[in-house]
Every structure is written in structure tokens, then in C-alpha cells.
Design a protein around this ligand. Structure first.
Ligand SMILES: [Cu+2]
Length: 383
């Protein structure tokens, strides 16, 4: 509401300034001013130089952006296919950079060179087949090569062989968080459906399905280095997008269907923390945090924890109010560490049994009774 008001105030100020200049013009009646509205040589010159100035602005701002924000790029890819994605990106960006530098120069330079002059007539071609053929064929060839290269790379990334030694992991998206399910010893994910969601079974695993008996559900994703992981991706509610930037992986999560993405992690979390660019980035973040902490401590609040690098799975689709915070930590371990970590986790069927055994029910009832008794006592004391 405030921004709408500010907008209206700005519009009104604009109109006021416009009307004032009109009044100012009217007071100049009788003086030798040109009110014809036709551009003079001076007007054209000013516009020509402004065009040239704008070209300088584009170039200087581009260089400034590269220097000021160049280190925000993600750096070393942490997956096998990530190298391919980065190559594709680099070739596309260099090409765009090269073409834009030349075309922007030509556009602005000629706008300056052929600016309007009294008595000068514009020379133009009504038609030139040779010229049109050149500027059609060259972009067609360049774009076709880029698109074919992109398609080839995409197919290489998306293809995986069922016979291959792969590991299946399910990513389950919901407003606003992630869960991951490991397929267990049989390497087959049990059936799941949103209708089975009940109690601790938060991902809707079909607990009757024999394949689901060894499935394990976790809230922190661990991946073994060097193993191809096939992600089967589901969503509970709305469209989400599973985005793992360091692995150059992204796939939509669509309610009612299973999408997939597969990759081989190549750098463990511990190794990535030793990466020079990551160390510099972490230092930068911690400097900002230290500065903020000073202010917080001065206000009597507690200081911020220092940041350590971790891979993340983020949601990359605006899916609701807390979308910005929809993330899950990813840890890439050595295969032996990974196996140890996974072995410690309980299967979802065991968790279910534990939560629904008569003993657990009894304890639950006892707790409820105690709560009721306590409330009665409190009520009596209050009387
Ligand atoms: Cu989301």
C-alpha cells in the first residue's frame, strides 16, 4: 500500500514538473525561441554524442560488473557432467559477449556518424539480397551449431543405463522442505503415494510394498563420491524445482508424476572446503558476518555463527511464502563414510513399527493422562 502511495506521489510530482516547464515556456513568448518542434543540427549533435556516450556506459558497466561481481560465479563443478555444462555455458557466453561488443559498437557508432544534418538526405537500400543472405546464413549456422551441441550435451547428461551400477534416491518436495529416501539393500524404491501419508510416514511410502521394507527416509542428503546417483523426484503439493547448483543439476518436481535426474558427484564436501575459490568466498562471508555480529552484540543480541561451506539442494521455483528457505544440506562423503552413515539410519518400516507398537501407544496414553491431571491441578491451584 505504501509503495502504491509513493508511486502516485512520484507520478504527481512528474506531472507538476511537466506543467511548470510548460508555464515557463509560455512566459518566454516574444523572445527568439524555436517552438517548431523540428530538430536542429544542434539537437541532432547532442543526440549523436549521447548515443556514443551510452556505448561507453555499456562497455564500462560490463567491465565493472566483471570486476565487482565476477567472483560470484559457482566455480569448480562437483559432478562429472558439470564440466560439460560449464563448457557449454562458457562457449555461449563468450559468443554472446563477442557479438554484443561488435553489434552495439556498430549500432551506436552509425547512429552518431549519420546523425541528422540540415540538407542531408538519407541513402538507403530498398532491397539487397546479398546482404540479407549474409546476415541470415551466418546466425543460422552459428545458432544451429550451438543448439546441436546443447542437445547433444543434454542427451549425454540425461541418459543413463538401467544395467549400470547406479544408486536410486528419491527427493520429496513439499511446502517448505525436502526429504530424501534411499532405496536400501534391494536398490529399489518402494511404491509411494500422497494418500499413504500418516504419522511418521511423511513421504507416503506404501508400507505393505515388499520393496519399501528397507527404504530409509532422511532430512540430510548424503551422496557417495564417484557413484552414479539417479534421483527420482516427487512433489507433495505444488510445483517445486530441485536445484543443486554445485552439481549443475536442476529438475522440476511435479505433483502426480515422477521426474528424474542422474549425476556422479566427484568432489567430497571436505575436498570442496579446501578449494581456493571456496575458501576466499567463505572468508568474505565471515567478514560480513563478523561486522554484523559487532552491531548485534552492541544491541545485546548474540553474535552470528561463522559460516562453513556446504552443498545445498534448493527449491528454484517460487512455490509459496517460505520458498526462500526451502533447502536441504547435501554432504558428499567417501564411499566408506557414506556406507557407515547410511547403515546407522533406521528404515521407515522400523520407525513406523516403533511409533505404533502397543508399548508406544501405552506411553502415549500415559503422557496424555499426566497432561490432563496436571491441567486439573493447575486449574484448582488457580481457583
Ligand atoms: Cu519449493
Amino acid at each position: 500500500m505504501t509503495s502504491l502511495l509513493v508511486f502516485f506521489v512520484l507520478v504527481l510530482i512528474g506531472i507538476a514538473v511537466w506543467q511548470l516547464t510548460k508555464i515557463f515556456d509560455l512566459t518566454q513568448v516574444g523572445e527568439a525561441t524555436d517552438n517548431s518542434g523540428v530538430a536542429t543540427d544542434k539537437d541532432n549533435s547532442v543526440n549523436g554524442y549521447l548515443m556514443f556516450g551510452f556505448l561507453g556506459f555499456i562497455y564500462i558497466f560490463t567491465i565493472y560488473s566483471l570486476i565487482a561481481w565476477g567472483d560470484f560465479v559457482l566455480g569448480t563443478p562437483a559432478s562429472e557432467h558439470g564440466v560439460e555444462v560449464d563448457n557449454l555455458m562458457e562457449i555461449s557466453m563468450w559468443l554472446i559477449f563477442f557479438v554484443q561488443t561488435i553489434t552495439q559498437f556498430l549500432l551506436h557508432y552509425y547512429a552518431f556518424k549519420y546523425r541528422g544534418k540540415e540538407g542531408q538526405k538519407a541513402l538507403y537500400f530498398a532491397d539487397n539480397n546479398k546482404l540479407e543472405a549474409i546476415w541470415t546464413i551466418i546466425p543460422v549456422i552459428v545458432l544451429a551449431v550451438l543448439i546441436l551441441y546443447g542437445l547433444y550435451t543434454w542427451n549425454q547428461i540425461m541418459y543413463y543405463d538401467d544395467e549400470e551400477d547406479v544408486m536410486y534416491v528419491e527427493l520429496y518436495a513439499k511446502q517448505f522442505g525436502w526429504e530424501a529416501r534411499y532405496a536400501g539393500e534391494d536398490n529399489t524404491l518402494g511404491k509411494a503415494n500422497v494418500r499413504y501419508i500418516e504419522g511418521i510416514n511423511t513421504t507416503g511410502v506404501d508400507l505393505e510394498d515388499p520393496n519399501a521394507q528397507d527404504d530409509k527416509v532422511v532430512t540430510e542428503l548424503h551422496l557417495p563420491k564417484g557413484k552414479k546417483v539417479v534421483f527420482k523426484i516427487r512433489s507433495q503439493d505444488v510445483l517445486h524445482s530441485a536445484y543443486m547448483p554445485h552439481f549443475r543439476a536442476q529438475m522440476n518436481c511435479v505433483p502426480g508424476m515422477v521426474t528424474q535426474f542422474a549425476f556422479v558427484p566427484t568432489v567430497t564436501t571436505a575436498e570442496m572446503r579446501q578449494n581456493e575459490a571456496i575458501i576466499a568466498k567463505v572468508d568474505k562471508i565471515n567478514k560480513i558476518r563478523a561486522n554484523k555480529s559487532k552491531d548485534l552484540v552492541a544491541k545485546g543480541e548474540s553474535a552470528l555463527d561463522p559460516y562453513t561451506f556446504d552443498y545445498l539442494l534448493l527449491c528454484n521455483k517460487i512455490c509459496g511464502r517460505s520458498h526462500y528457505n526451502m533447502q536441504m544440506k547435501i554432504v558428499v562423503d567417501t564411499p566408506s563414510d557414506f556406507n557407515k552413515w547410511l547403515a546407522d539410519k533406521q528404515t521407515v518400516s522400523a520407525q513406523w513399527k516403533e511409533a505404533n507398537t502397543p508399548a508406544a501407544e501405552e506411553i502415549k496414553e500415559e503422557i496424555i493422562e499426566t497432561i490432563i491431571d496436571t491441567t486439573k491441578v493447575v486449574a484448582q491451584v488457580e481457583k
